[in-house]
Design a binder for this molecule. Structure first.
Ligand code: FAD
Length: 188
């Protein structure tokens, strides 16, 4: 069995919708299918979506990578697919991930800043930038739930949703306040 690796860039054709559970809904569907199929085909890799662009890295058995890429090429949810890397691989470089999803766009923003790039335009990446992006995906830690922070908010913006811990804290604080007002009222 020969191994290969492949990276490409493309442009989303869909209009990004508000994020649901931390990920854009079209991308969530793509991730669900990818994780099911890639686990079956023992493909590993990662996907980054930002600025209406995709960057995807895949590695695994050559036939499986090519079959998958053939399906991806026909997908109407993106266009202008540019192959950035397509070459044999001696050993796998990702472990136990069917499709990693870069959770922190801050990492990508740092990478773009380091490279002096203003926006995420992966189709213009040099091979060195591709390798750095792959390294970034490889090193990003996450669980299998897609968590994307690049949800049309710029890095550094305040989060739009409260964490469940913060919500609980606010509810408790509210109850204490109401209790104090009630007790205070009865004492007057
Ligand atoms: P199906 O059972 O045919 O479809 C699975 C789900 O995807 C269904 O809900 C279906 O409605 C939906 N779907 C399929 N095609 C479209 C479409 N053109 N428009 C809207 N919805 C559609 N597939 C992988 O297996 N591995 C990958 O790593 C992978 N990466 C992708 C990256 C990108 C950027 C994109 C756009 C697609 C990717 N896909 C990937 C999806 C791939 O293009 C095929 O849709 C998928 O492989 C079909 O698999 P299936 O026959 O098992 O799914």
């Amino acid at each position: 069995m020969s191994l290969m690796r492949l990276a490409y860039a493309s442009e989303a054709t869909f209009e990004a919708k508000p994020v649901e559970k931390g990920v854009e809904p079209h991308v969530a569907r793509i991730l669900m299918t990818s994780r099911k199929n890639n686990a079956r085909d023992q493909l590993v890799g990662g996907l980054y979506y930002g600025n209406d662009r995709f960057f995807q890295y895949l590695e695994g058995d050559e036939d499986a990578v090519r079959r998958t890429f053939d399906r991806i090429l026909k997908d109407e949810r993106h266009k202008n697919v540019v192959t950035l890397i397509e070459e044999p691989l001696t050993s796998r470089t990702f472990s136990n991930w069917s499709m990693k999803y870069v959770p922190l766009s801050r990492d990508v923003r740092n990478f773009l800043d380091e490279q002096g790039l203003e926006s995420f335009e992966p189709s213009s990446f040099t091979s060195d930038q591709c390798e750095k992006m792959i390294e970034l995906i490889r090193n990003s830690s996450q669980d299998q739930n897609p968590v994307n922070r690049d949800d049309n908010q710029s890095v550094g913006d305040a989060p739009q949703v409260l964490s469940s811990g913060m919500k609980m804290g606010l509810i408790v604080a509210g109850l204490v306040l109401v209790g104090a007002l009630v007790i205070g009222g009865t004492m007057l």
